[in-house]
Design a protein around this ligand. Structure first.
Ligand SMILES: C[S@@+](CC[C@H](N)C(=O)[O-])C[C@H]1O[C@@H](n2cnc3c(N)ncnc32)[C@H](O)[C@@H]1O
Length: 289
């Protein structure tokens, strides 16, 4: 057997500890020991692709990785990218009912509306937001609405940009939306492509939430769902003030079903629905003064 086909040996405790350390330092990810087997098989597949077989040498190369490309590949191995269209539907209902009317007024009087999907994985979240907007705002093409999707994982970012989905993935969309926003692309194994009018509202960029956020504008709404669940409490707490600062006064933050801001008032947020937080106007005013 050559390097490309031989099975990788089991991870030693030391190698697994090193991987956990890299996951935490580079991406904020906490890897529990229950994930050891899964990480091991994903890593074995990754090393076969790289035609490497020595994990110790690989980990040493990661430690001295100047370009970040080797580390980036490992981050893809360590992240969990599960997503689906209109996941946690209640957030889309709150958005439509409570945020959208004001957003439309703002946009129709010449304002910009900015929405951020932070940790967007393969794109289902930002594209779902785009689909909802297109259906509910008939004059959207003449208004300044934009959706930004970001993720740390470069491989998943490439997939999100491509906008191609398997039948199983596309089937998480209601029939009516699939007909309106997907076209068949039979030459690809992911044979359903998001049509241009939905992808045109969305831009997708790589961004590690732990690092500096280069966006200059504030957002009207931020979706950061099922991302912080992989972070420890300290990392989560370091992000609440940053999300607050990244939102306009009265902006909204949507978290995943098992994520909460403990003591949200002290971070400038009020809970206002299932894992939904409203930025307190007063907090924005204090921050600016
Ligand atoms: C489970 S997916 C959630 C996708 C989508 N938000 C949803 O709820 O369906 C979590 C995503 O967070 C991304 N992620 C993990 N750590 C990150 C970090 N430090 N910065 C940015 N994205 C990160 C992962 O790459 C992954 O795509």
């Amino acid at each position: 057997m050559d390097q490309a086909t031989s099975p990788a040996p089991d991870l030693t405790d030391h190698q697994f500890a090193l991987l956990c350390d890299i996951a935490k330092t580079e991406a904020g990810l906490m890897i529990s020991s229950s994930k050891r087997q899964m990480i091991q098989s994903r890593l074995a597949r990754h090393l076969r692709k790289l035609r490497r077989s020595d994990i110790d040498v690989y980990l040493k190369d990661i430690a001295s990785d100047k370009t970040g490309s080797l580390t980036g590949g490992l981050i893809s191995v360590l992240t969990t990218n599960v997503s689906s269209f209109f996941r946690e539907k209640h957030h889309f209902e709150i958005f439509e009912r409570e945020l959208l009317p004001n957003m439309i007024v703002k946009a129709r009087s010449g304002g910009k509306v900015r929405i951020w999907s932070a940790g967007c994985s393969s794109g289902q979240e930002p594209y779902s937001i785009a689909m909802m907007l297109i259906k509910r705002v008939p004059d959207i093409a003449s208004l300044d609405f934009k959706i930004l999707g970001t993720d740390i994982d470069h491989e998943i970012i490439a997939r999100a940009r491509e906008g191609l989905y398997s039948d199983d993935e596309a089937n998480t969309l209601p029939d009516v939306d699939r007909k309106m926003f997907m076209e068949r692309s039979p030459q690809s194994p992911r044979g359903n492509k998001i049509v241009n009018r939905a992808s045109g509202l969305v831009s997708i960029r790589p961004l590690n939430l732990l690092q500096k956020w280069p966006m200059k504008q504030q957002f009207d709404a931020i979706f950061c769902r099922n991302v912080l669940i992989y972070f420890d409490a300290e990392t989560q707490q370091s992000l609440w003030p940053r999300f607050c600062a990244a939102l306009h006064d009265d902006g909204y933050l949507f978290l995943g079903h098992s994520e909460r801001i403990q003591n949200s008032k002290s971070y400038g947020f009020s809970p206002c629905g299932v894992t939904t937080y409203h930025k307190n106007r007063q907090h924005g005013a204090q921050r600016k003064s």
